[in-house]
Ligand binder design. Sequence first.
Ligand code: SF4
Length: 189
Amino acid sequence: MLLHICCAPCSPHVINVLKTDFELTLYFYNPNIHPEREYRARLGEAKKLADIEDILLVEGEYRPREWLEETRQWKDEPERGRRCEFCIGQRLSETARMAGEMGIKRFGTVLSLSRLKSAIMINSMGQKAQEAFAEKGIVFHLADWKKKEGFNISAKISGTLGFVRQDYCGCAYGRRNAKKKAGSAGQPV
Ligand code: SF4
């Protein structure tokens, strides 16, 4: 399975569950992350986790300027709105495309681990990506990883490994909104 990951803190529990049934490859494709130093930090921790798990990690293209242009029309949308639908849909579509290129028949994502994200929306975007690459016979792995204490389990493992969970999802808009909230205290994503 090609597993899309957004950051190290969201991933350990998901990897632990999936690796019992699948041979995993991790795909770090997140053109949404802003600023670039945050992208590098999240990628660095993801690589550290991949090393610990002895799993191959593939880095996707980082194209933040294009991403900002593509999403500017939804800059004032709340989290879980149309901007997030586009952002998640695009990352899953690219994951499906890459799975096809690599000859991998299943793809999934850790994104539903976040308490602030709708698993219904993520699964729907995953199924659309599956349909778009139907000729390759690639299947999206439906999941809601926050369930059954998934978020807490991942947070505990991440704490042990010293990974840092940021107080915003990843993009410039989410960062701005997190800063506006409660004197920038934000909340875990
Ligand atoms: S809040 Fe998160 S999911 Fe929504 S657009 Fe920003 S990075 Fe993407």
